[in-house]
Design a protein around this ligand. Structure first.
Ligand code: GLV
Length: 309
């Protein structure tokens, strides 16, 4: 069995070593090995270029090195091959830490101290809210969103969620559906968006959405950059001086040096770093799915191609 491994992560060597260790009976190739692409039966990838995808004519399963699969299904040469994605508790836990850290910067007004320090200014104590006084609205209640919601709810925040359809109730979080977006946004002090990149979510967070939020709200985007209209957000920030955002994902990544968000007072930027994929637990999961497939010859794709995630 031949497996192709491709990614551009900083720790790609570590990934390769761990994959080789776990899949010890298989031949693992990177593109530098110049493999015979027709012999590749499995691919473990992140941001695979389309010219390589095109050559993988006999691949049976594509494993995504992250929770998102847009980097695969948006490739012109992708042809409905089953996808296995990362659905990992360690990733969800790290994502929750990230979200909580951003909420605390806003809640405890730490951003004021950070700016004051640069000016050597002694600001003194600030009036801050307790967790139970803050309502957090989660947009995108998949595996990660639901986990983050429960995590925050256990810390006594009021957590609510927004979903197009309330088909499955996966937790105690109060769900607002499509027609209730106004209400949902009008009561959320913090909105956390964990939406995937699909046709339906494109620019979902736009002028209309932002105008429905509280004037002094905090928006955290850790889903995909495509879901946020960046021009609308810049305008909204200009008009609403008490509106804050924390952005981890952008339309163009890495964020270009001339992007206005870099230097905006009310914007926190992190470099698509909200939830690292945990090497060991993710590879364990991939190996399990791989072994099941070898045994049964069956694999259920984790991706609904019409929904796009
Ligand atoms: C990161 O963005 C992921 O999809 O895992």
């Amino acid at each position: 069995m031949s497996i192709l491994f491709y990614c551009n992560f900083n720790n790609k060597k570590q990934w390769l070593t761990s994959i080789k260790k776990k899949f010890s009976r298989q031949k693992i190739f990177t593109i530098n090995d110049k493999p015979d692409f027709l012999k590749i039966e499995y691919a473990i990838v992140w941001n695979l270029p389309d010219n390589i995808m095109k050559k993988l004519k006999n691949v049976k399963i594509i494993f995504s090195l992250g929770a998102g699969v847009d980097h695969i299904i948006n490739l012109p040469s992708y042809n409905k091959i089953p996808i296995v994605r990362v659905k990992d508790i360690n990733m969800a836990e790290r994502m929750s830490y990230h979200v909580h850290s951003q909420i605390l910067i806003y809640q405890l007004k730490l951003y004021l101290f950070q700016k004051a320090q640069i000016q050597k200014k002694w600001l003194g104590e600030q009036n801050t809210k307790l967790n139970k006084e803050i309502t957090i609205g989660i947009v995108g209640l998949g595996f990660l969103g639901t986990y983050v919601g429960k995590y925050l709810s256990n810390l006594n925040y009021n957590v609510i969620g927004f979903k197009r359809k309330n088909n499955k109730t996966r937790s105690k979080i109060k769900i607002f559906t499509k027609k209730k977006l106004n209400k949902f946004l009008s009561i959320s002090d913090v909105v956390v968006s964990i939406l995937p990149n699909t046709k339906k979510t494109n620019d979902f967070i736009n002028k209309k959405f932002l105008n429905l939020m509280k004037k002094n709200a905090f928006l955290i985007n850790i889903g995909r950059g495509s879901t946020l209209n960046e021009k609308d957000l810049l305008l909204h920030l200009k008009k609403n001086k008490n509106f804050h955002v924390s952005l981890d994902v952008f339309k163009t990544e890495p964020l270009p040096k001339n992007n206005k968000f870099w230097t905006h007072n009310n914007v926190i930027i992190t470099p698509h770093a909200a939830a690292l994929t945990d090497i060991d637990s993710s590879i364990d999961q991939m190996f399990k799915r791989f072994k099941d497939f070898k045994k049964t010859g069956k694999i259920k794709s984790d991706v609904h191609l019409i929904k796009g995630y």
